[in-house]
Design a protein around this ligand. Sequence first.
Ligand code: PTJ
Length: 254
Amino acid sequence: MSLIPKSHPRVKSLLIRKKLVDGFDNGLVAKEGLLAQGRGEAFDYLLGEKTGKTAKSAIKAAAAQLLLAKMPIISINGNVAALCPKQIILLSKQTKAKLEVNLFYANEKRKTAIIKTLKENGAKEILGTNKKSSTKLLGIDSARRIVDKNGIFAADVVVVPLEDGDRTIALKKAGKKIITFDLNPLSRTSQTANITIVDNITRAIDLLTIESKKLSKKNPKYLKKIVDDFNNKKNLNENVIQIKNNLSRRAKFA
Ligand code: PTJ
């Protein structure tokens, strides 16, 4: 029996990895999703495997932005469906955000498995399945360009967790506000989004739901001030400084 407690960050990280591997075995996650997880783990390690001050302020801004939205939506990919299906649905209920499955590596079988998982975890309506209501977003080469007319295409605020860079740029060009979860503060998505939560989605998602609940009693003026006061570039730079500090602290003991 291991002497390391379950709450230890390394053990938690291994449990998260297991969710991804199980998600792959169950047909939810693309092969490339395992690589994305590895990249995320490396950054998580460098960030100290905990939710820092910068992530907390991004979470607060994201909650305010979601509550101000006329039509918020959360985009779901294979990794998200494997890592936190229940939590993502709780967030969507709390913020009245719709859900749309949108895959980089398009695959109907995987899409069906993702929808089944979301439904088993309490999702009622899931967009991204009806070919009749689909349309194309300009400026994207991948399958991600196919979106629902009544979903991502019409939304004013889009949550794109664990995302590749092209779509964030295209969605911003289409006038939408973008919120992302990305452990890499240097990724194109992180740098392009309006609000980047640099934290493991498995830790940050519940905090975002809790913050949304807390802020739901506030008026729009109060919420707008939170969003206006948030500076994504500054926040990302603070994450990079955090990584540098962690690296030099560790190097001293090497
Ligand atoms: O299911 P699909 O077909 O839509 O494909 C999904 C993946 C994730 C494979 C696709 O979007 C992709 O290739 O993404 P990238 O370009 O690898 O980017 C994923 C980003 O998410 C990277 O910057 C990772 O550091 C980050 N990341 C990985 N795991 C986590 C994470 N960020 C937060 N929490 C994580 N658990």
